[in-house]
Design a protein around this ligand. Structure first.
Ligand code: KIV
Length: 284
């Protein structure tokens, strides 16, 4: 049976019913297909793609045009999951008009179901209100917001001090009040998140934030493709990175040993075709 389309209404029903919501990032057609075939509920075209697929050292480096290419490829691979696209750093900060124009591009050019905006300060709230007023669903993102990590003192957990926990709580509620349809909470102690959750009526997706209505992980982290250390909240479900290296190394070894290609990897031709090629060379 075909899986029904995941909509905002369905996600709200899942929260209501206490059914966990599964979200994962994807950045291209194959990762989108993997997410769709695994029947996840939501796919996030995260600006983490700046790091895990484009090789930058920070999410702030990715441009709108680059994100649109990734997002359109993901859209082509998804049939029923709800597709959320991150709007990158620098594409909403100037004005509400700039934010709406950027969000529109993700909907019109990439087929996004919603856009995700990081932060819960006054400027971000204004952007969320403007995008929602334009008819585009917004997913908020509070706690650790990597786009502004420098201002937060680095890529570190938030809500661990009294000031930071109070700020997190205020921002979570403010993002909801500004009209966000869902909220991502990243890297906040679960005790602090637990205090805030009863006041949030929209579905909450956690990453390094303890139990919530759902969870999100970066595809390349959970599949073990990311090189080097990953955040302590990541769980590895596969070791695809080492498998990729092993596969390419085995191919290289075969080519060097002239073990590849074998007869079964070559095309065959008629005797006539071979003779014609030989004759053409003799005539040349
Ligand atoms: O860009 C991303 O992958 C994200 C998730 C970590 C939530 O924002």
């Amino acid at each position: 049976m075909m899986r029904p389309q995941i909509t905002l209404r369905r996600l709200a029903e899942m929260k209501e019913a206490g059914e966990p919501i599964v979200m994962v990032t994807a950045y291209d057609y194959p990762t989108a297909r993997a997410a769709e075939q695994a029947e996840v509920d939501m796919v996030l075209v995260g600006d983490s793609g700046a790091q895990v697929v484009l090789g930058h050292d920070s999410t702030v480096r990715v441009t709108v045009d680059e994100m649109l290419v990734l997002a359109a490829a993901v859209r082509r691979g998804i049939r029923s999951a709800f597709v959320v696209c991150d709007v990158p750093f620098g594409s909403t900060e100037v004005s509400d008009e700039q934010a709406v124009a950027t969000a529109m591009r993700f909907v019109k050019e990439a087929g996004a179901d919603a856009v995700k905006l990081e932060g819960g300060g006054a400027m971000r709230l204004s952007r969320i209100r403007a995008i929602v007023a334009a008819g585009i669903p917004v997913v908020g993102h509070v706690g650790l917001t990597p786009q502004t990590a420098t201002a937060l003192g680095g890529l570190r957990a938030q809500g661990r001090t009294a000031d930071s926990a109070a700020r997190f709580a205020r921002e979570a509620l403010a993002v909801q009040e500004a009209g966000a349809s869902l909220l991502v909470i990243e890297a906040v102690p679960s005790d602090v998140v637990e205090v805030v959750l009863p006041s949030v009526s929209i579905p909450v997706i956690g990453i390094g934030a303890g139990p919530a209505d759902g969870q999100v992980l970066v595809m390349h982290d959970l599949l073990g493709i990311t090189e080097g250390r990953t955040a302590s909240f990541v769980k590895h479900y596969a070791a695809i990175g080492p498998d990729m290296v092993a596969g390419v190394a085995a191919y290289a070894q075969d080519v060097r040993a002239r073990a590849f290609p074998a007869a079964e990897h070559a095309y065959s031709a008629t005797d006539e075709a071979v003779a014609a090629a030989r004759a053409a060379l003799e005539d040349a």
